[in-house]
Design a protein around this ligand. Structure first.
Ligand SMILES: C[S@@+](CC[C@H](N)C(=O)[O-])C[C@H]1O[C@@H](n2cnc3c(N)ncnc32)[C@H](O)[C@@H]1O
Length: 270
């Protein structure tokens, strides 16, 4: 196992070598080709319609941007944010007509002169964020998205992360786990319900939640064994739906009483 620098929120310090290793791994990986890409595609393809602008958080070397391009979104209409300079350099050279910022997503605002953003994607980046950081990020995304715009989120499944870390699913502690591209990666240890509650608390409406299985066309591949036993990914589609008559700058919507109570009881309220 190669030693690497942990990538944590506030300490997003991949070495240039790690960034290059990630770029070599990302699009060829079994998990992307056989689990994440088919799931993300099925979530966003039917909704992409007349998407104006798209924003990709934690864009890395651009594999999500590649999918957005395949689905017909113009390169000029794509905005990407990542805190890693090496990856920003790589993605800029791949998509020279798209728009990139080297920025930490824990520090909004993201796009100062914001164009119309109809779709935001955050694939394999929100797991680094603490609850406070996640809420800041989701609130900013809700502000930037056009009414009825979509947010697609992909995460390593929290149950798998806890298992890989040898920790309790409910411990809600920072995990450091081996990264498949070498070295280590981290996760803030939130649970499935934490993510869903945060998304709703940021005034998004949930549209779909998926725990995708391996695509049938990949079942014969040797990589399948490592992903066969249980849920490995959590994919979420949410929509920024404005309440009638309230416009975009609306008051926070309260959760129903029962949910509010359990939310207040929750150790990591968001
Ligand atoms: C596992 S990679 C995923 C990249 C890309 N979304 C993909 O699916 O290929 C995580 C990416 O998130 C970026 N990242 C991590 N924490 C970040 C933060 N706080 N702000 C901006 N980017 C961050 C990293 O630099 C890295 O490119």
């Amino acid at each position: 196992m190669l030693e690497g620098t942990a990538l944590t929120s506030g300490d997003d310090t991949w070495t240039p070598d790690e960034a290059v290793r990630y770029e070599e791994f990302a699009e060829k990986s079994f998990s992307w080709r056989c689990i994440e890409e088919p799931s993300l595609r099925s979530l966003i393809e039917p909704r992409i319609g007349d998407t104006g602008g798209a924003l990709d958080l934690g864009c890395g070397n651009g594999r999500i941007i590649g999918l957005l391009r395949k689905l017909g979104i113009a390169e000029e209409a794509i905005f990407g944010i990542d805190s890693d300079q090496t990856l920003i350099r790589i993605v800029t050279s791949r998509y020279p007509n798209a728009n990139f910022a080297c920025q930490n997503i824990t520090q909004p605002p993201y796009l100062v002169a914001a164009p119309r953003i109809d779709l935001a994607t955050a694939h394999f980046v929100l797991q680094y964020l603490t609850v406070d950081e996640l809420m800041k990020c989701l609130t900013e995304l809700h502000r930037l998205l056009a009414p009825r715009g979509y947010l697609a989120i992909g995460l390593p499944h929290p149950a798998r992360v806890a298992q890989q870390a040898g920790a309790s699913y409910f411990a809600r502690v920072h995990h450091r786990i081996p990264a498949p591209w070498g070295g280590f990666t981290t996760s803030s240890g939130l649970t499935v319900s934490d993510y869903l509650n945060c998304i709703m608390q940021a005034r998004f409406t949930l549209r779909r939640v998926e725990e995708p299985e391996i695509s049938t066309r990949c079942l014969g591949e040797s990589g399948a064994n490592a992903y066969a036993a249980g849920p490995t990914r959590l994919m979420i589609l949410a929509q920024a739906v404005s309440l009638p008559g309230r416009g975009r700058a609306k008051k926070p919507r309260l959760l129903p009483n029962r949910a509010r109570r359990s939310h207040a009881d929750c150790a990591i309220c968001c």
